[in-house]
Design a protein around this ligand. Sequence first.
Ligand SMILES: N[C@@H](CCC(=O)N[C@@H](CS)C(=O)NCC(=O)O)C(=O)O
Length: 216
Amino acid sequence: MLKLLGAHGSPFVRKVKLVLDEKGLKYEHEQVAPFPPTAEYRKVSPLGKIPALIDGDRALADSSVICAYLERTHPAPALYPADPYAYARALWFEEYGDSGLAPIVGGKMFFNRIIGPRIMKKPFDEALYQQAVERDLPPMFDYLESEIAGDHLVGGAFTIADIGIATQFVNYRLAGGALAPARWPKLAAYIEKTHARPTFKAAIAIEEKIFGGARG
Ligand SMILES: N[C@@H](CCC(=O)N[C@@H](CS)C(=O)NCC(=O)O)C(=O)O
């Protein structure tokens, strides 16, 4: 059976979980935290980061790598567009989530407000949080607002682009972030709809239980 390694709260672990769930695959989910990674875990994830995936005698690290692998090994339902440009655009939005949103939403908001104080005994840095909300994120949300034309980001279908962006907004929400519909009407409606998918709803319910009460 497939085994997903990585802890709840990570947008990258969630990205893989959502792909597994959208494809209806059976898997075990072992909670592995990377702070610090063990020597044993580094054998499957040489950079020491979560997630990793075990498939029989195969091991893979990195959420984008794992999702691409799952698409090849379990092609239906397709989560990547067939058209080359749409395919590349979907990868772009996944990257925008991973490298654009994650350091701000994950680092400056979720980690700063939830994981740091709760697990690492690091105090909440309110100025850093406000910097994310007031300075860093508005231009990123403006960009996403300008890209949204319907229910999905690319090709009129649900793809890795939607998973890659909306997983970051789960952390945004868990960290206490709110999307003002008056300023970003399309983005707010898009995220609400995407988070209402059964796969997202189930993931959010688990993580709200773990982290929801930790805001403060
Ligand atoms: N590019 C990686 C990023 C994974 C990542 O940064 N995971 C974080 C947790 S959300 C981590 O393991 N951090 C530990 C570290 O950087 O040492 C992926 O997509 O899987």
